[in-house]
Write a protein that binds this ligand. Structure first.
Ligand code: FES
Length: 175
């Protein structure tokens, strides 16, 4: 997704932010309240997570634009955050996300085996989604669980010390 021609204009009117439900607004407001009023843009990351979760696991351009309005910040600044961090997705995703850490500790302790296993058993490459839409498979940078590598983030739950068989069991339990 390219944001090269994204407008830089800022619209300082939260009421023009129309795509969020009352529940979503309340959750974002809770995050904004953690920062001084003049620094409400600091809530951009948790706010992106909230709107991504509410949208089935991915962010549309329109939702990011609405968030920019809501936080009084340039649209392009929201795009920069959303496109930089691996936990945000800018395309439709499967019903679940299986994220295998591919950083050093995990690679040394079996992540490569996990990645090859998922590719071959489920027929999906990193960045892709299984044919039945059950899960999107992602390779991600360090999950901060290096001590118990290899680590996998399945939706929002961390799993550590995983063998291919243990990962299969977790995937089997997905709806
Ligand atoms: S290297 Fe995998 S969790 Fe840190």
């Amino acid at each position: 997704m390219s944001f090269r021609n994204a407008p830089l204009a800022v619209i300082h009117d939260r009421d023009k932010s129309t795509l969020f439900t009352a529940e979503t607004r309340a959750a974002i407001d809770e995050q904004i309240a953690k920062y001084p009023a003049e620094w409400k843009q600091s809530a951009v990351m948790p706010a992106l997570t909230i709107i991504q979760d509410a949208n089935g696991g991915w962010l549309t351009r329109e939702l990011m634009d609405d968030l920019a309005v809501y936080l009084d910040m340039p649209e392009v600044s929201v795009y920069e955050v959303a496109s930089f961090y691996g936990m945000y997705d800018l395309e439709p995703q499967g019903r679940h996300k299986v994220c295998v850490c591919n950083s050093v500790s995990c690679m040394l302790l079996g992540a490569e085996e996990l990645i090859h296993h998922v590719e071959h058993k489920y027929g999906v490459q990193p960045g892709g989604t299984t044919a039945d839409g059950r899960f999107t498979f992602k390779e991600v940078e360090c999950l901060g669980a290096c001590r118990h590598a290899p680590a996998v983030l399945l939706d929002k739950t961390y799993h550590e010390n995983l063998s291919p068989e243990a990962l299969d069991k977790l995937i089997d339990e997905l709806e």
